[in-house]
Design a protein around this ligand. Structure first.
Ligand code: HEM
Length: 401
């Protein structure tokens, strides 16, 4: 049977897409997609099985499903190379750092709302979803306030260069800006190396310099440190990994709240529900729809033989509606618990920014619910969705209040 699931189906065709995925989960949970030449893995249990066996299903080979693909990014590494990078970033993301960023996220959400003073309408994405993740990343990377305008253009260019945006003209326009961003971040790395600050970039540099104990060929132990260029690449990767994903989580989350006014009213009346609501927004919207791995040897997944070299696409959007795992999976419930969604991945590549992403969604939407209680889709307008096989994004969403 051919997959009825259209990998490009945008989220506004959710109903049809959900039905197609439901049929796949039931009848052919590991389905060969002949158009794209990859296996679609649609059940929660099988997505988890693929994620937790990196020696069998490798992250290394690159391709259009690598939304985070970036030269040398940890997301496209396996084994020790992966650990070497991941270890550095996880040592920099201390709870104190995330808590400090949390206060800033609330401040940035408030400033974005303040900037709408005197207006009655806006584009939700540009005016309300972009600022929090973009400014948080800027803080993490030590971008000075005066450089924020340029940083915003550069980070938009990075988004355009990211996976799934196919327009060659946009690509051409974005490329020189990405070059400028590389240079700017390289300078920031150098500055922080000379004079550490209280920011994540300085911590990343410190952790990179501390290095990891590794085996040398002569049997001795050596300290394996990251090269400054690797640190720069890592900083750029954080920008790719944490900016557009969170922006889409905020925009799609708002859309979900527009579409479920009773859930929105509960959340507005009882902010303690944010304990569970951010995860439900992530499950429901699944901003990173899918990720790819490549089989390193002939194997069998849930009874389906898979040959060495074949691609396997983990459809998180499907796993997050799996009726074997979620009660009433097609209902959006801000108090859902337990909620073992896979929107942030699973296993050794589990999202390093998971807590940060949830905190930002909560800060942005929490302030909006409180301060713009009448916010709604602008009359006669529809959101414009990102044409992409791998991210469920919103480009523009006119709103009024
Ligand atoms: C709603 C927002 C976000 C979503 C939906 C999301 C989703 C994901 C997913 C699905 C993965 C797993 C990739 C894989 O297994 O191949 C991942 C990995 C990653 N994410 Fe996030 N992410 C979000 C926000 C962030 C933020 C804010 C940061 C940091 C600033 C971040 C940093 C990373 C990093 C560094 C990895 C790679 C981890 C590794 O390969 O070991 N993410 N994310």
């Amino acid at each position: 049977m051919e997959a009825a699931y259209d990998v490009m189906a945008p989220v506004h065709e959710t109903f049809a897409r959900d039905r197609a995925l439901e049929a796949l989960r039931k009848d052919t949970p590991i389905q060969w997609d002949a158009d794209n030449e990859w296996w679609l893995v649609t059940r929660h249990a099988d997505v988890r099985a693929v994620s937790r066996q990196p020696e069998l299903f490798s992250s290394e080979p690159k391709g259009p499903w690598h939304v985070f693909e970036h030269r040398f990014s940890m997301q496209a590494m396996d084994g020790r190379a992966h650990l070497r990078h991941r270890n550095v970033v996880s040592r920099a993301f201390t709870p104190r750092m995330v808590s400090m960023l949390s206060q800033r996220a609330t401040l940035y959400a408030d400033e974005a709302i303040d900037a709408l003073e005197g207006r009655r309408s806006a584009d939700f994405v540009t005016d309300l979803a972009v600022p929090v993740p973009m400014r948080i990343i800027a803080d993490m990377l030590g971008v000075a306030d005066g450089d924020l305008g340029r940083f915003r253009e550069w980070s938009d260019a990075m988004v355009l260069m990211g996976g799934g945006h196919a327009d060659p003209d946009l690509f051409k326009r974005a490329a020189p800006m990405v070059g400028e961003l590389h240079q700017y971040i390289g300078e920031k790395v150098q500055e922080r190396r000379e004079q550490a600050q209280d920011d994540i970039l300085s911590r990343i540099i410190a952790a990179a310099d501390e290095g990891l104990l590794a085996d040398a060929p002569d049997g001795m132990k050596v300290i394996d440190r990251l090269h400054p260029d690797e640190v720069k690449d890592m900083a750029l990767f954080l920008l790719v990994a944490g900016n557009e994903t969170t922006r889409n989580g905020i925009s799609q989350g708002m859309l979900a709240l527009f579409q479920h006014p009773e859930e929105r009213a509960r959340l507005a009346a009882d902010p303690s529900l944010w304990e569970t609501a951010a995860d439900e927004i992530l499950r429901w919207t699944t901003p990173v729809r899918a990720m790819r791995r490549v089989a390193m040897q002939d194997t069998v997944l849930a009874g389906q033989p898979i040959r060495e070299g074949e691609s396997v696409v983990m459809v998180y959007a499907s796993a997050n509606r799996d009726e074997e795992v979620f009660e009433d999976p097609h209902q959006f419930r801000v108090d859902r618990t337990p909620n073992e969604h896979l929107a942030l991945g699973f296993g050794p590549h589990y999202c390093l920014g998971a807590n940060l992403a949830k905190m930002e969604i909560r800060a942005a939407l929490g302030r909006i619910l409180e301060r713009l209680p009448n916010l709604r889709l602008a009359d006669g307008c529809e959101p414009v969705f990102t044409p992409s096989a791998l991210i469920d994004g919103i480009e523009t969403m006119p709103v009024q209040w």
